[in-house]
Structures are given as C-alpha cells and as structure tokens.
Design a protein around this ligand. Structure first.
Ligand code: 13P
Ligand code: SF4
Length: 319
C-alpha cells in the first residue's frame, strides 16, 4: 500500500541517517525481511544474527525479532545502540524460565555444566557456563560429553531431549517449551505425507519428539532453509514458523512449501505455525524505533559482563 511505501522510504532514510543496520529474524513479516535485504542488513537464524551484529560497524543495530535477540546484541556490543520495534516481543521459553527459580535449580546440581538456550534473559545467561542456539547445540554438547561433563539444560525440553538422544549426554532438563513448535502434530504431518509422498519433512528441534522422529531434516531456521536449497525434493512440509517461507520461496521459486499441521489447525489455535511475539514487529514500530529511539535495550553492566562469558564461548566455539 501507499502508506507502507512511505514508511519503507522513511526507514531507508533513517537507517542511513542514524548509521544503523537492520538485523531481522526469518519469522518477521515479509516486508521487514525485504527491507533488511534492500538495505544491507541480514535475515538470519539467532546465531547468525548475533554474529552479524557483533561484527558490523554500524552505530545502531535495529533488531527485528524477539527480546532475547536484542539483548544478545547488546551483551556483545555495549558500545552500540540496540533498538527493537517493540520490547513487548518476548518468547515463551524466556517467560518460562525466571532467573530466581532457574538459579535455585542450578544450585541443586553444582557439579554440572549449565547450558542455556539463547532464548533466555540476560540474567539467565549470566548464570550459565554455555549459551547455545539450535544450530550449534549438538556440537557444543558433543564437546562437553567428550570432556566427561554432565549437564543442566534449560529451558526448552524438546530441544534438550533431542540433544540428549543424539549425544547420549547426561542431562537434567528444565521443562520449558515453545508455544508455537509444541503444537505441531506427527499425525497431521503423516496424513499430509500420504497426499505428497515425495515431500521432505523439515522440523525445528523445538518440536515434540514424535514430530522430530518423522523428520528428514532437523535443524535451526537457517539449516532448514539450506535443506530446501540442497535437497532434490520439490515439496517440503515445514514444521517451524511460516515466516521462513519468504526466504524458502525466494531461493526455490518452483518448489512447494506446506505448513506442518498443528493440533488446532483452524479456529482454536492461537499460534499455529506463527509466533505471536514475532508478529508484534511491524514496519510502523520499526520506523518509530529509528525515528524516536524507542525500544532501546539496556542491560545492567554487571549482568552483561557475566552473560558475555558463555555467549562469547559459543561464538568462539569451533568443531
Ligand atoms: P533459530 O536459531 O533456529 O532461528 O531459532 C530461534 C527461535 O526462536 C526458533 O523458534
Ligand atoms: Fe520463542 Fe517459540 Fe517464538 Fe521462537 S517461535 S521466539 S521459541 S515463542
């Protein structure tokens, strides 16, 4: 629409004026992903967002995603201004892992290494030995197993369970879950597969075990996107937020992408294949953040310095 066109022009102007760059997650709306592409920003999974932001020399990062992504950027780049379209965009995993309870949980197992998913608050990261994202969790935990370490894992029980099964690690799991991925149903996916027998099933590891079990590929958003480019299949059933279809279709315009069914596909489902917090990011609020400096991330320096250690450990980790 004309309104959107005006806002887009304004955002492009403001990005230049403020020496800012757009760091967007695949789950944000198409218009935001397009802007990131057109302005030298990035569309990425959470690990690549962290790397891109930390390495970029812009003065301001505009992080379109959810709060933990903005906080990660601030922890890594305290000298930069980190803006988000809205600070209301949180994550069910972050909400389900409050620092006081988590800290008490860790205190029960002092001999274990604390590994937390990036989808957590800065305070929870500050209590951890390692931060991981879904794209690097397997490699890090394999490394810890080789070192003979036992692990506390938080907050996503499905990702944790998957890592545990794959690596054989001794892990105690926090019982968090993602409200979006938790809804995918193996039965619905298998029913679809009878209609499209040659479809490949792509699954984000925040999905339940029964769904991970029937996957052809399990991986982070970027890893699933790469699978659609590299596999010969023409149809893909995708169990993650449908925002990623923008890049999948762009990379393979002739292929077919189908949203994996959820329990409540239809009226009763609040968040079927779409994260309600990611959806809070709008062009208008992105413009406001840049124009007014709203949605700025601040982290107490003491917390930041502690959270930096496990986060930097992740970025430095190489297999
Ligand atoms: P990725 O690191 O795979 O992008 O995952 C982030 C996330 O929140 C998935 O729901
Ligand atoms: Fe959090 Fe799930 Fe949304 Fe990802 S999709 S940000 S894990 S609630």
């Amino acid at each position: 629409s004309i309104d959107n066109e005006e806002i887009r022009t304004e955002i492009k102007f403001l990005l230049k004026q403020k020496n800012a760059v757009l760091v967007a997650h695949y789950y944000t709306e198409d218009a935001i992903q397009e802007l990131a592409e057109e302005t030298g920003g990035v569309i990425a999974d959470s690990l690549e967002m962290a790397r891109f932001g930390a390495n970029h020399d812009a003065e301001t990062l505009v992080v379109a995603g959810v709060k933990f992504m903005g906080e990660t950027a601030k922890i890594l780049s305290p000298e930069k201004t980190i803006l988000m379209p809205t600070l209301e965009a949180t994550c069910s995993l972050d909400i389900g892992c409050p620092i006081d309870e988590f800290s008490a949980f860790c205190d029960q197992y002092p001999e274990r290494k604390v590994v937390v998913y990036a989808n957590t608050s800065a305070a929870v990261k500050a209590r951890a030995d390692w931060v991981v994202t879904s794209s690097i969790a397997l490699d890090v935990v394999e490394h810890l197993v080789e070192q003979g370490e036992k692990i506390i894992w938080a907050p996503d029980q499905h990702l944790g369970g998957y890592i545990q099964r794959e690596t054989g690690a001794d892990m105690i799991l926090w019982d968090g879950a993602c409200i979006v991925h938790e809804e995918f149903k193996a039965k619905g996916i298998l029913d679809l597969k009878t209609v499209y027998p040659n479809a490949a099933i792509l699954v984000h590891p925040e999905s339940p075990e029964s769904v991970v079990e029937i996957a052809d590929v399990v991986g982070s958003t970027s890893q699933l996107l790469n699978a659609t480019k590299n596999m010969p299949n023409e149809t893909f059933i995708v169990a993650t937020d449908r925002g990623i279809f923008y890049k999948m279709k762009q990379a393979s315009p002739k292929k077919r992408f189908i949203e994996a069914p959820t329990a409540g596909s239809g009226a009763s489902c609040r968040s079927c294949a779409h994260c309600p917090w990611m959806a809070l990011n709008s062009l208008e609020m992105l413009r406001n953040a840049l124009r007014d400096g709203s949605g700025e991330i601040h982290i107490p320096e003491e917390t930041r310095l502690k959270a930096l250690i496990p986060l930097q450990r992740m970025l430095n980790f190489q297999r």
